[in-house]
Each structure stands twice: as C-alpha cells, then as structure tokens.
Design a protein around this ligand. Sequence first.
Ligand code: SF4
Length: 470
Amino acid sequence: MATPMNCRESCAVFSVSSNLDEVDVSPVIFGGLLALQHRGQESTGITVLKNGKIQTFKGLGLAIEVFNHNILKSLSAPIGIGHVRYSTYGSSDIINAQPMEFESKLKFALCFNGTIVNYEELRVELEHDGYVFKTTSDSEVIGFLISKALKRSLNLTDAIIYGMEKLRGAYSVLLLAEDGSIVVFRDMYGFRPLCVGYLKDLEAYVFSSETSGLDAVDATFIEDIPPGSINVLKDSEITRLKVYSSKHAHCMFEWVYFSRQDSTVEGVNVFSVRWKLGEKLAELNPVEADYVVPVPETSRIAALGFSSKSGIPVMEGFGVNRYALRTFIMPRDRGYFARLKLNPLKQVLEGKRIILIDDSIVRGTTSKAIVSMLRKAGVKEIHLKITCPPLIAPCYMGVDFPTSEELIAYGKSVEDIRKLIGVDSLTYMTIDYLVEAIGLPKDELCLACLTGEYPEWIKPFLGKKRAIRK
Ligand code: SF4
C-alpha cells in the first residue's frame, strides 16, 4: 500500500522572479517549498541572484528545519529558485542536494524533478571530456552538458537544446543564470508536472511543480509548461521556444498518488480524479460492509467517493503518527514503518467488516503489515480496494518502483495477491476506468508500470534500472 514509504517520487521545483529590485522573494520560495514538501523530504535548497551573484543555501531535512528567519534574510533577493528532494538509495548526502551551481562561461544554478535514464552513458562521456563529478546526481549531468555547450560558444538557449538532444528521461528543470534569466525546460513527454503563475503584488512570475505551490503563495495560475519547450524569463518577459513535439506521456501516478489533492495537473483536478476512482471502485465487485476505511493519507478522497456511491459510511480506522514521515532516518523494512506510522482504532474496528481503500500496492510488505495489525485489532472482514491497477513493471521515469520481481503483482493473479496479503477480497481499479477517471486521452498518459509497454527510446535501458541518485 502506498502509505508513505512504498513508492516515492523525486523532488519538486519552485521559483519566483520579481520585476522589482526591492522585492525579497526568499520567503515566498520558502512558502512554495513548504507547499510542495510532500514530493520530497530529504533535503532542500534555495538559490538566489543577489547583487548579480549566485548564492545558494542547502541542507538535509524539511524546509522548515533547513531555513530560518536569518538564513532567509541572508538570501534576500528579487530572483530565486528552490527545490525539495527525495532520493532512494543511500544518497541523501548534502552534496546531492539541489539547486546545484555550475561554473562556466555563464555561471548558473539548476534544480530538477525527474530521472535521466541515460545518466551512466552521459557521465562516462562527460568524464572523458574532462568533467569531474562531485556528486552522484542526474542534475550534475544536465549542468555539465549545458556547461560543455556554453564552452563551445553556444548561447544559453542553444546550450539547453544541445542538452535536451542528449538527455533521455523525465525532466522538469529550473535554471537560474547569472545574467538574471530563469530558464525552464521540460522533456517532450511531460512526465512530471510543471506550471507557471503570476503573483501580482510582487510583479513576479512563479514556476511550480504543482498548482498547489502557486496557491500557497497567492499566485494566479497561467498555464502548464508545454512539454518539449524552453521558456526564458528575462526582464519580466517569457520567451518560449518549442523544441520538440511528441505525444505526451503524463504520469498517471500524479493523479493517483503524488500530487496534492488540491492541485490541478494538465487541467485535471486531482481531487475529482480520486473521488471518481472511489466511485468506480464501489461499482466493481460490490460487497457488504460496515465501514469504508481509508489508509491515510492519499486514499481519503477515494474513500469518500466510494462511500457516496455505495452508501456505506466512511470511518477513520487509524491513529497516525505524522512524525514517522522522515525518509533519511527510515529503516528499509516497510512493515516496521507501517507499524510506526499507523495504529488501528480497535474500539472502532473490532468485530466490523471493512472496505479498506488504498491507492496502490507496490511490494505488498506494507499491505501485509497493515492487514496483520487490523486482524489483531479484531476486524472481522477486510475487503481491500485499490485505486491503482496492478503495478507490474518498474518505472524508469523518476518514481521509486522496484524491479519487476519485487512488485507483488508481477506474474501473479489477483487471487494469488489476495492470499499473500491475507484479505477476504481484493479489487483493483482497471486501466480503462483509471483512464476514464483522469479524462485525458489514453495515448497522452504514461501507463508503462501498469502495462510493461515502454516508449521506444527507453528500450535500450530496460533491465538496467539503477538507483535513483538525485
Ligand atoms: S512508469 Fe508509472 S510511475 Fe513511472 S512515469 Fe509512467 S505511469 Fe508514472
């Protein structure tokens, strides 16, 4: 179950650029990062352009822990970018925190959300060219590619085009250059979200991974950044260059799990998708029960949708320890984490038949732990309903799904999985219903982890899934 630790995504980006020299955007960036904290809790950083110089402050932990009043004051400037980061395999070092600065003909800093699939190949190539890597992060590959092109006297936009030609994977990038421009570019498929808004009071453009980031700082949404485009913000004007046109492949998991329920991704409201998924689940394999119980937090909306359709009341089933949400102090045993995080409400659940709603099952370890806790609490029947169809293949586009063999649904029937998890019945969302609930054309969505059908360009890298090392 995708309670907090089963599948994680890497990172969120946020920037503010004001037209007014006297404006200090650092508290606004901080506010945006707080709003996007759900996308990464390992480290955070802000880079500003202060008196014509790039200046960065980064630290391990949550934005609220890394920044304080004095640090933000030291970053007082009218232009800046920020980042929150999640990584998966032992790379929560400060050296991998973002934004990262790059010395070149034009000094710049960048941060991104996504994963570069051909990282290893590009790193070898760049090392051959004399670039010395200080980190194990994809960001350094992107930065060095741009530096390399700048060295050949290309301008910044052409240098980014050079980088985009080389990069394979998912990337939504914010770059702050010493000449005062913010350059925003996104891979041609648009796997990860990225949008732009305007903050009237500060005369500032705001780029954010999610619309909830714009709302948090009172910026008005303008549009989603078109996939395959480079957007240069300079002197309060955005110039756009569409570099690539392709069928989009927006990650279905943004609506199922990653994005906040108050965000709208590619024009589709996350709350309404989760509600519809709950309603659809109520139509599939109906069973009698006393309560609909969501696994906190993501599944609450789906549970409400399920309840409204089925007439079965929603009930809180768990006490939640919100402070167990700390990735870098986490043991790898997800069952242990589930017990640390959730405690069934015995007084509510004892002797009851429940519909347990969750967003996904990845390895199944957390699911088993939760079901075992519920059984101990005396729950009579557990009917597990999952808003995401079975995950059968790894993600190469920035999401921490394990290898196929580690995925509980790989090569197994629903009945096999039901027995392994130990529930009375198990129902998954269907792919067709999921697509219908999102409402975008099926061929504009990435469904690769559900179907095992990957884009052509990824095929040379299949089976070479590496640790996501941001
Ligand atoms: S493979 Fe799955 S998780 Fe990864 S981008 Fe595609 S839909 Fe999202």
